[in-house]
Design a binder for this molecule. Structure first.
Ligand code: MBD
Ligand code: FE
Length: 282
C-alpha cells in the first residue's frame, strides 16, 4: 500500500498553518525555515512510506540524542561541523582573507575556563601511567609571518584512552586543558601526554545512527586549538598526529593535509630549547 498525499491542497494548507503562517507575531525567518524543514520531512514520509511505528521510533532516538552531548557528537558525524567550516572558508575567500593555518571543527568536547599558563607549563596531571610524554611547541604568527605576543592559545585533548576530562569522570578537573599566553616572541611550549584517538561510545544513540549507515565512529589522535588575539580573527583548529590509521578516515571529517603533523622523537627534553626557545623542561 502506498499513499501519496503531500501535493494535496489539504496538506499544503496544513503545513502553512503548522508553520504559523496564519498568525501574527513570532519570527518570519523561523516560520519560513520551519515550513521548509517540515515540507521536506512530510514529503519524505510520503516518499518512503514511513509507518507510524518507524516515525515514533525515530522520536525515541531523537529523545536519546537529546541527552548529554549526543547530538553534539552526531552532528560532526553527519558532517554539519565540516559543512559550516566550508561555508566559513568560502566567506573568508570572498572577503579576500587567505593564508595562515586552516581552520577545522571544534567538536563537542571543549570546556571553557581552563587554567592559564604564561608561555609554558604542563597540561597533564601525571596520573596517566600508560601515556608517553609529549611536548607541544609553537609560535603564533599573523598572515604576514609576524609573531603575535600575548595571544591566547587554548589547547585540549584526550588521554591515552581517548577520554576527555569533564566528560570522563575518572579524570581530574581540567586535565589536558590549558590556556597558554604566548611570550614576547609569540611562542608557547607545553608538556603533556600523547593522546589516543577518540571513539564514539559503542552503545550510544550516536553510534546507533552510525551503525545504520554502516559507518564507524572513530577519530584519529588529535589536539584541539583555539587561537585568539586582540584585533585578529579567532581560529579554531586541530592538529592530527601523523601515522594514525584513522588520519584519513575520520568519522568527523576534520582532517586537513596541512594539519597532519609528524611528531619528532626527543630523547632529551633540553634539546627542545635548542630550537630557539628556552626550554622550560630542563
Ligand atoms: C572528539 O574528540 C571530537 O574532536 C569530535 C569532533 C567529535 C567527537 C569527539
Ligand atoms: Fe576531539
Amino acid at each position: 500500500m502506498t499513499v501519496k498525499i503531500f501535493d494535496t491542497n489539504e496538506v499544503q494548507d496544513f503545513l502553512k498553518a503548522v508553520s504559523g503562517f496564519e498568525q501574527e507575531g513570532g519570527s518570519e525567518r523561523a516560520k519560513e525555515i520551519v515550513h521548509c524543514l517540515l515540507s521536506d520531512l512530510y514529503r519524505l514520509i510520503d516518499d518512503y512510506d514511513i509507518t507510524p511505528e518507524e516515525f515514533w521510533s525515530s522520536v525515541s532516538l531523537l529523545n536519546a540524542l537529546g541527552q548529554g552531548t549526543q547530538f553534539g557528537l552526531l552532528a560532526p558525524g553527519l558532517g554539519f561541523d565540516h559543512f559550516l567550516d566550508m561555508r566559513m572558508d568560502a566567506v573568508d575567500a570572498e572577503a579576500g582573507r587567505s593564508g595562515g593555518t586552516p581552520r577545522t571543527i571544534e567538536g563537542p568536547l571543549y570546556v571553557a575556563g581552563a587554567p592559564e599558563l604564561q608561555g609554558s607549563g604542563r597540561m597533564d596531571d601525571g596520573t596517566d601511567t600508560d601515556a608517553e610524554p609529549m611536548w607541544l611547541t609553537g609560535q603564533v604568527r599573523d598572515t604576514d609571518g609576524m609573531p603575535v605576543p600575548g595571544a591566547r592559545v587554548e589547547i585540549w585533548h584526550a588521554d591515552s584512552k581517548g577520554g576527555y576530562s569533564f566528560f570522563d569522570p575518572s579524570q581530574s578537573e581540567y586535565n589536558l586543558r590549558r590556556t597558554i599566553i604566548t611570550d614576547a616572541e609569540g611562542r608557547y611550549a607545553v608538556r603533556s601526554i600523547i593522546p589516543s584517538g577518540y571513539g564514539c561510545p559503542p552503545d550510544s544513540p550516536t553510534q546507533q545512527v552510525l551503525d545504520l549507515l554502516g559507518r564507524h565512529g572513530q577519530r584519529p589522535a588529535h589536539i584541539h586549538y583555539f587561537i585568539s588575539a586582540q584585533g585578529y580573527q579567532h581560529l579554531t583548529t586541530q592538529i592530527n598526529l601523523a601515522g594514525d590509521p584513522y588520519t584519513y578516515n575520520d568519522f568527523a571529517f576534520a582532517t586537513r593535509e596541512e594539519l597532519v603533523i609528524p611528531g619528532q622523537r626527543v630523547e632529551d627534553a633540553a634539546t627542545i630549547g635548542a630550537r630557539g626557545f628556552e626550554s622550560p623542561f630542563t
